[in-house]
Every structure is written in C-alpha cells, then in structure tokens.
Design a protein around this ligand. Sequence first.
Ligand code: GLV
Ligand code: MN
Ligand code: MN
Length: 414
Amino acid sequence: MSRSRTLAETAMERCDVLGAISDEPDRLTRQFAGEAMHRAHEQVGAWMRDAGMVVTRDNIGNLRGRYEGAAPGGPTLLLGSHLDTVRDAGKYDGPLGVVVAIAAVQRLHDIKRRLPFAIQVIAFADEEGLRFSSTYLGSRAVAGTFELSDLEHTDAGGVTMADAIGQFGGDPARLDDDRWRDGKLLGYCEVHIEQGPVLETRGLPVGVVSAIAGQARYHITFTGQAGHAGTVPMRGRRDALVAAAEFVLAVEADASSHNGLVATVGQLTVHPGAVNVVPGEVKLSLDIRHPDDSVRLERTRHLLERARQIGSRRNVEVADRLLGDNPSAPCAPRLVSLLAKAVDEAGVPVVHLVSGAGHDGVTMASLTEVGMLFVRCKGGISHNPAEAVTVDDVAVSIDVLGRFLELLPTLGPE
Ligand code: GLV
Ligand code: MN
Ligand code: MN
C-alpha cells in the first residue's frame, strides 16, 4: 500500500498540473481539440513514456499509451478516462482516471513486470461535449460508432468539427483508422470520481459501478417576435424568453415528481439580448436522464410536447433538435465481480453504485466489456472547481486497480 500512496501523491500532483492547463485564463476549461488539449497531451504523453508506454495520438485526438504484455499477440486491456472538461471545471473529472491508469502501469514498469496481456491507456478526447454539444467523440471513434455527419457540426466560433480535427493534427477523412483493430480485447476499465454523495455518506473510499444511466440531450429553440420594450403592449407579445422560462419551470417540476428522473436546462441564449428589446428568440439545452430508458423516453416525449403547448399558447414557435441519445449501459457482470473482489482484497467493504453521470464506457460497451471504479469525492460535488478527492482515496483506487490487473487472468468465460 505504501507504493500506492507514493503513486497517489504523484497522481494528485499531476491533476494539479493538468488543472492549470486551460483554454481560459482564470478558470479550467479544456475543450475538444483545443490549444490547451495540445499542452495536456505533451504532459500526459511524457508521463506515459516514463511508465514504459509507447505513445500515439489517433485522428480524433485520443492520446494512447501502450504497455506490451509478456508475449506478443496476446489480448489487450483498455484503461483510461477523458482529458476534456466542462466550462469552469474541477480538476478530477476525467484526468483522475487517466493519471490513475498511468500509475497502475508505472507500478508494473518499475518492477519490470509484464502481464499476460497488453495494457493500452486511452486519454479520451471528448467526453463532456463542450465544444460541439457532442458526447463521446473519442470513444465513438475507437468503438467504430462515430457518425461522420457530426463532422459538419460547428462550434461557437463557426469552426467545423472536421476543421478542428485537422487543426489538431488528425485527418477527419481517416477516422475509421481509429477503430479498434489490434486484436482481442479483455475489456475497458475506468476509474472516475463518483460525482455524487453515496461513498461519502457510507464512509467508503471507492465503489464498484454496476450501470451507467441513460441520457439524452436536446437544443430547443423558441421563436417569437422581437419588439420595442417600451411600445409593444404586454397583451399580445410573442416573448420567446417568457415561453422558455415557463418551460424551464415545467422541466424542474416534472423531474421533481418522477423518482430517479433528473433534467437540466444548462444553456440558454437570448436574442437579440438587449435591455430594451422584447426577446425574439431563445435557444436552450435540455439534458434528461433516468436509469430506466423507458421512463426517460416517456418523460422526454412529455416535456417536448409540453414545450410545444407552451409555445402555441404564447404564439411562439418551438423547434427541437436531438443532440445525442445514449441508452443506459450496464457494466459487464464479470468485470463488476472482479473489481468487487479487488476492492474486497484491498480490505474495503464492497458497495455497488449506478452512475448518474455519463462516461466513455457507454460507448465502449458496444466494443468490449466495461467496468468502472468510483472514487469518493468531497460533498459529491463535480462540474465545479470545488471538486476534491483525497490522496488516501486515490491510493486505494491505485491499489484496487493493481489488484484488478493481477486478477484479470482469472476472468471466467463470457
Ligand atoms: C458528463 O460528465 C456528463 O454526464 O454529462
Ligand atoms: Mn463530467
Ligand atoms: Mn467524466
């Protein structure tokens, strides 16, 4: 355990280093294929090389480090997490899983130990979807489920995804090369902060994820009529913002009255956005999640219909656009059991949790078996600069991941 502690101290320092690499001067925002991601790759690539890995970057912009197994031609285990962040992020959502994976490989490299399988650590390019309102671009490319039509999406500055990939050094015409083709996979395992309060409440450093809740994201546009704030009478206004505001409250009320449902309007833009102009157009986002896909789909249909009803009562047009729909993804029972065994061997009571947050494992599940280990985070806070984990808990996660690697050859049949 003391080696895990030293590795954890390094992992914490590395999260601090990455936490200072941002596209914005006074807060952490590291978007897909941006300038900060370049600098993050230089750092992470150097750490991967120090841990004995051969480092490559694929077309979509995932950084990959490969640590060979004892004999060529054996299977591969994928480890990793993502390096992109939300706007004004904390330091651990994503990067922690990358540096913990590197730590687990470092421990093997230090004692020149080769396992009966190779390990590839992947630092995924886009889990949060900040730049293109996308999700899982990096893991979709690896899993072979990337939608080529997404390449035409534009960011807030009008840059297409295809151009962003090209500027970052990838070839958007060759994304198919990123698809996994390097032989048999044993699975994909990700360490991630919990982003919720369960582990803290139970007084446990880590927990085993049993499933990842499904989620959908939409853009909804309310189009009314802009007009003079001083002369257009209140009666008969077609104010897009008051229609949108009514919808936001309806979303909150609906999610609050359905157990397990969470729904969020996190973006809202008002046009033309002037003090003395009745808002003519509002665009907002809707993020909706539930562990049971049938409930999520039913409530989504209801809310989109509700938006149209509000619009028709207020003489405001409503249009919705689906940005992404990801069904809930169970973790693989074999990997769940193996992680639970590793947690137990580490002397920690085993708890299983469902993840309300999305993870690249959702996409990777179409390629291989997926397992996840959560690390306790302070107050369950994330997507917030106040995100915090302790070095002791990170040490436990490194210890557990090391045990998991040693247990993997005992994996039973699928
Ligand atoms: C990613 O963090 C998500 O669940 O939105
Ligand atoms: Mn996140
Ligand atoms: Mn994440």
